[in-house]
Design a protein around this ligand. Structure first.
Ligand code: ADP
Ligand code: MG
Length: 628
């Protein structure tokens, strides 16, 4: 037996690391299984190139709990290690890695951000074990050896009896880590980190019922057998070529990934690059609607089929965090920390590649089946619109796939929309005015008025629309958006014959004053206008700019936090061409006149959804009494 000292300069680094890694003790299992996988795949490689003369067979990795002895075993059938290799790879390589880590992060180790995901390899076993044993037999002609270390820099190494090739790691679980002797806990970890690892992982056994043989008696009992319980799928969909997969395969992989997710995804995007970096994966568009809750079922990041994290901020562009699926890249380091990722060149390229891929997919979807795409638009628009305002590269391509639906159920691409409204909807400054509604019910009267005039009205109802509009207005030539209930709408050049005003200017002045006095509310600015329709004597509009600022503030627009609430401001438009306007002007009794104005104002408020509470109750009472 050899005894020795592991060559580390920092005395007692074990307790130090143990303390620093407090938040993520559980990664030890991922690390040990990764090593077992590496050892197995290395052997596979050696066999395939003829360097190892043996039958590779169907090796597996076994995880076993021995409650009585308080040990956890990870057993592989990989290439194993000779005594020299244990000296080299465990005593020197593994420990130098640990030391290097400590050296590097001595000072910053306290900000757990870095530590949280730091993979420490073999060494991480000491986070949960008071003693670690390695019993290993190399595929080469060499005796098996047993290495033991109790967490001090001392170790022992001796020859032992072991006939099968491979390595068994035995963790003597520490007093404070007994959770890792619980079956459910280990199962949970295996499911979280190892679900798609490339070598079968066995954890316990399960009972399987054999099918009855043909011609069996009717009362025959089916036989049962104990079989290995394999917890992983060694060849998940993303590792296959898209040509090997059909729609059903993609869907069933989605459910494998998110077992608690019962809805079907809308479509998927298979990612597959090997130059200038390696990346595979499948992204799914879930049915989103206006739902921006992204806490559940997030995109999962893997490195060579080992789960790393589902905190993908920084790798995936923000707007795509609303998607689901997996990304696997050997170029993403296991020790992902925020600051590291943001600075990493490979990561930036990955992010722009994914953006481009998603844009391309949208183009191909709309071109292959426009009808289907239009139907799905409602569920994907939040992602697309968010992408348009946050990623310039994505925005530049968006004319090819961003839809602008109308209140009447039509959907336009940008060019198509321009074609449709260019001539009809211009203002005095030569801008093309795009009319839109954000709520079909609440703005019904206004939408109707605009439609009656032959205008096209878009239905833009996702929460980030104010930002999108801002972006379109600042990047497209001579474009102006106006909500149907905005004052802008009056700037549109009227096609019809000029209307002869029914009231003289002096009469208008008088009427304006009278209405102002009767309304007596600073929220309302009274405006007299010669509208071409008789139907709306009183109408409330909102200044487009003010309302949009408020909307942007509500959805967290750039730099608008802390600006204080914007005041409510409305225009009360009195149609001087309406019968009612003349009627009010003619009314001599001032009480009667004020009552008329108040009633008309209530009606205008009602159609803008502004009549609420006591005002509404009073209005209804007043209306009923008129019936009598
Ligand atoms: P890494 O896996 O990044 O190389 P580790 O600390 O996890 O670092 O492991 C150190 C080395 O120990 C490995 O590179 C490998 O050579 C050896 N090793 C660890 N576990 C096994 C195993 N189960 N079978 C064979 N060799 C192993
Ligand atoms: Mg390792």
């Amino acid at each position: 037996m050899t005894k020795g000292n592991i060559n580390v300069s920092v005395e007692n680094i074990f307790p130090l690391i143990k303390k620093f890694l407090y938040s993520d003790h559980e990664i030890f299992l991922r690390e040990l299984i990764s090593n077992a996988t590496d050892a197995t795949l290395k052997l596979k490689h050696l066999t395939s190139i003829g360097e190892a003369q043996l039958v590779y067979g169907n090796p597996k990795i076994e995880v076993k709990i021995d409650k009585e002895n308080k040990t956890l075993h990870i057993i592989d059938q990989g290439l194993g290690m000779t005594a020299e290799e244990v000296e080299k790879y465990i005593n020197q390589v593994a420990f130098s890695g640990a030391e290097e880590f400590l050296e590097k992060y001595k000072d910053s180790a306290k900000d757990s951000g870095i530590i949280g995901h730091f993979g420490l390899g073999f060494y991480s076993a000491f986070m949960v074990a008071s003693e670690v044993e390695i019993i290993t037999k190399s595929y080469k002609e060499a005796p098996a050896v047993r290495w033991v270390c109790d967490g001090s820099p001392e170790f022992s190494l001796e020859e032992v009896e072991k006939t099968e090739r491979g390595t068994e790691i035995i963790l003597h679980i520490a007093e404070d880590s007994t959770e890792f002797l619980e079956e459910f806990r280990i199962r949970e970890l295996l499911t979280k980190y190892n679900k798609f690892m490339p070598v079968p992982i066995q954890f316990g056994t399960k009972t399987e019922t054999l099918p009855l043989p043909e011609g069996a008696a009717e009362d025959a009992k089916p036989e049962t057998v104990e079989v290995d319980n394999i917890i992983n799928n060694p060849s998940p969909a993303w590792t296959k070529a898209p040509s090997e997969l059909n729609e059903e395969d993609y869907k069933s992989f989605y459910h494998e990934l998110y077992p608690m997710q019962f809805e079907e995804p809308l479509f998927n995007i298979h990612l597959n690059v090997d130059y200038p970096f390696n990346l595979t994966g499948i992204l799914y568009f879930p049915k989103l609607g206006n739902n921006l809750n992204i806490e559940k079922d997030k995109i999962q990041l893997y490195q060579n089929q080992v789960f790393v994290t589902d905190e993908v901020k920084g790798i995936v562009p923000d707007f795509l965090m609303l998607l689901r699926g997996v990304i696997d890249s050997p170029d993403i380091p296991l020790n992902v920390s925020r600051s590291y990722l943001q600075a990493d060149g490979a990561v930036k390229k990955i992010s722009s590649y994914i953006t481009k891929k998603v844009a391309d997919k949208m183009v191909s979807l709309i071109n292959t089946n426009r009808e289907d795409y239009e139907q799905k638009w409602n569920d994907i628009k939040v992602v697309i619109e968010y992408g348009m305002i946050s990623e310039d590269k994505f925005y530049e391509k968006s004319d090819k796939f961003a839809l602008y639906p109308s209140t009447e159920g039509k959907s336009y691409l940008w060019e198509e929309l321009m074609e449709k409204i260019k001539i009809n909807q211009t203002d005095k400054d030569g801008n093309t005015v795009i009319l839109y509604a954000t709520n079909k019910d609440e703005q019904h009267a206004y939408i109707q008025t605009a439609l009656d005039k032959g205008y096209e009205v878009l239905l833009l109802d996702s929460p980030i629309v104010p930002h999108l509009i801002q972006k379109l207005e600042t990047t497209k030539e001579k474009i102006q958006f106006a909500r149907v209930d905005a004052d802008h709408i009056n700037n549109l050049i009227k096609k019809d014959e000029p209307i002869i005003a029914k009231l003289t200017d002096t009469e208008k002045e008088t009427l304006k004053k009278e209405v102002e006095t009767a309304v007596n509310d600073s929220k309302f600015t009274v405006q007299l206008e010669d509208l071409d329709s008789q139907d709306t004597p009183f109408m409330i509009t909102q200044p487009e700019f003010m309302r949009r600022m408020k909307d942007m503030q509500a959805t967290g627009g750039g730099g608008m936090f802390g600006m204080g609430a914007f005041p409510e401001m409305y225009n009360l438009v009195v149609n001087s061409n309406s019968e009612l306007a003349s009627e009010i002007l003619k009314t001599e009794n001032s009480e009667e006149k004020n009552a008329k104005i108040a009633y008309a104002l209530d009606l205008a408020k009602l159609s803008q959804n502004l009549l609420k509470g006591k005002e509404l109750t009073d209005f209804i009472a007043k209306s009923f009494s008129k019936l009598k």
